[in-house]
Structures are given as C-alpha cells and as structure tokens.
Design a binder for this molecule. Structure first.
Ligand SMILES: Nc1ncnc2c1ncn2[C@@H]1O[C@H](COP(=O)(O)OP(=O)(O)OP(=O)(O)O)[C@@H](O)[C@H]1O
Length: 277
C-alpha cells in the first residue's frame, strides 16, 4: 500500500477510495503559449479513477484552454498528459476520445436537425465496426449493430429520463434538455474521463440540482472520473471532491472545496470578486 501511495503526488486531490489505484489523468508541467500569452503554464493535476473534480477560476483564467489541451484541440507547447498511464503526445482529438476522454462544450454543439437518438449514436461511431458497404446496402451486420446502438442510446437517454424525446429533433428541445443530451452523447463514446464545460450554464436552480444528482449517478453507474468547469459555486462546492483553481493560466490552489474556499489567494482572485458582485 505504501509504495502505491508514493506514485500519487502529495498535492493531488484524489479521494480515499481511489488512492490505491493508478490515476486516470496526470498533467505534468503542462503549458501552452499564444504569441506572448502563457494561457496555461506549469499546470499539474492528478485525477482519481472515480473522482468528481472541479476546475475553477475567473474569466480568462485558462480553464477551457486546459480542456482544449486535454482533448487535443490544441497541442501543448510543453508538458505531458498521461491518460490511464499512457502518454497522449501525438494523439489527435479522435484518438484521445477513443482512448477515453469525452467532453461537452460551453456553447451547446448538437446536430440540431437530427433526432435526439441519432445525436447519441454519433457518439458511438468510434465503436461501430461495419464498413461503408454494409451501411449502403444495409447488410445483416449493419442491422445487428444498429439494434445494439439503438438499445444503448435508449439506455443512456434513460439516465436523464429522456427516452420519450428520442425521436424529437435535438434543436427543438428545451435548453436544459439540450445540455443533458450533450452529456449523454459524450457518455456514448464510453469515456473513462468526462469533461464538462459549464454544464449548469443557463440552467434554473431546480435543473441545476437535478444535474448535480445526475453527475453523481453517472460517476456511480459508470465508475468514471468527471472534471468540470463551472462558475456556479453552489454546484462546485456541493459536488466536487477536489478543486483546482486557476488564475492567469497558473494553479493558485488545490484541495478539497473547504480548503480552497478558505484560501486567501482564491478569495482574492475569485470568490472575493464574486462576493463583491
Ligand atoms: N486560440 C487562442 N489564441 C489566442 N489566445 C487564446 C486562445 N485561446 C484562448 N486564448 C486566451 O487564453 C486565455 C485563457 O482563455 P480560456 O478561454 O481558457 O479562459 P477560461 O478560464 O475558460 O475563461 P471563461 O471562464 O471566460 O470561459 C484568455 O486570455 C484567452 O483570450
């Protein structure tokens, strides 16, 4: 047990139950520079296999840039990202998704003209093994995989009680349901780490409360890790087991929500500003 503990960085936020397992994500001295701007610098973060972690900080702190680095929208200028112990260097967005990272976006990005079910199925494309010809000629292999995809899509939609919406156009859903659909689509890729970029943005308090329950349910059901960016402090403090606070691209605090809330640097950089608002 002691030797396993040595591999976990002392300042990590990993919860007790994950401490004897290898972390799902390790960012080591990660950084990216845009011209003269170090948008993210010396970013170190370790996430446990079933941890719900939060990435917070003021506007422009570098949170979404971290997500873009993890998902290879941007290649880091320096540092290393280990996903389940494997270096993701050189991977592209599709490859890193196949390796286990899925995300949602700050601004909803659904295929509005497609049905809810088909939106979910787009998340499964990585796992489909029938070729173009099977698709065109609708071979038995195609229908078999379609049946499996349909059942899986309905099962995932049921997490959010959205089965009845399966045939509706995604663009016609109410706002909160569109946000939930984005999460379902991300889950359809079978991730081991789910990145949620401001999942509660634009939601009313009861939708936010339901979202919190659903994030916990996702973690418990699929035994995966969740890293979320969120400005809703109530949600963050309630649901996250560990928090990492960014300011001007650098980590200024890490720890439990209680530790972070009491940290003077955080109060000044972020929470203080919120209180004044
Ligand atoms: N492609 C890019 N080119 C140049 N600068 C960029 C690029 N992407 C991000 N930045 C800059 O990097 C910094 C961090 O931006 P980022 O969007 O990651 O912040 P954030 O913490 O997610 O902010 P918010 O909470 O407002 O979404 C900002 O100064 C932003 O202007």
């Amino acid at each position: 047990m002691a030797s396993k503990l040595v591999t976990i960085p002392s300042n990590s936020m990993i919860p007790e139950r994950d401490i004897d397992k290898s972390p799902i994500l390790e960012c080591i001295n990660l950084g990216i520079q845009f011209g003269g701007l170090k948008a993210v610098d010396d970013f170190n973060l370790t996430i446990g296999r079933t941890e719900i972690a939060g990435l917070i900080g003021p506007n422009g702190a570098g949170k979404t840039t971290v997500f873009n680095l993890l998902t290879k929208v941007y290649q880091p200028t320096k540092g290393t990202i280990l996903l389940d112990g494997k270096d993701t260097h050189g991977m592209n967005t599709m490859q890193v998704n196949k390796a286990g990272i899925a995300r949602t976006f700050q601004n909803i990005r659904l295929f509005n003209a497609m049905s809810v079910e088909d939106n979910v199925k787009t998340g499964m494309e990585n796992q489909m093994s029938y070729g173009m010809w099977s698709g065109i000629f609708r071979t038995p292999k195609y229908w078999k995989q379609e049946k499996i995809a349909h059942e899986r899509a309905m099962e995932l939609l049921s997490i959010f009680h959205m089965e009845d919406m399966a045939q509706m156009k995604a663009g016609s859903l109410p706002y909160g349901a569109q946000r939930r659909l984005e999460i379902v689509r991300a889950l359809a890729t079978n991730p081991s780490l789910l990145l949620l970029d401001e999942p509660a943005a634009g939601m009313n308090p009861s939708e936010t409360a339901e979202l919190m329950e659903n994030i916990r349910k996702i973690r418990d059901t699929f035994q995966i890790a969740v890293l979320l960016i969120e400005h809703d402090m109530n949600l963050v403090m309630n649901i996250c087991e560990g928090l990492c606070v960014l300011n001007f691209g650098r980590v200024i605090a890490k720890g439990t929500p209680e530790d972070v809330q009491a940290n003077p640097a955080v109060i000044e950089a972020y929470l203080g500003k919120q209180k004044e608002a």
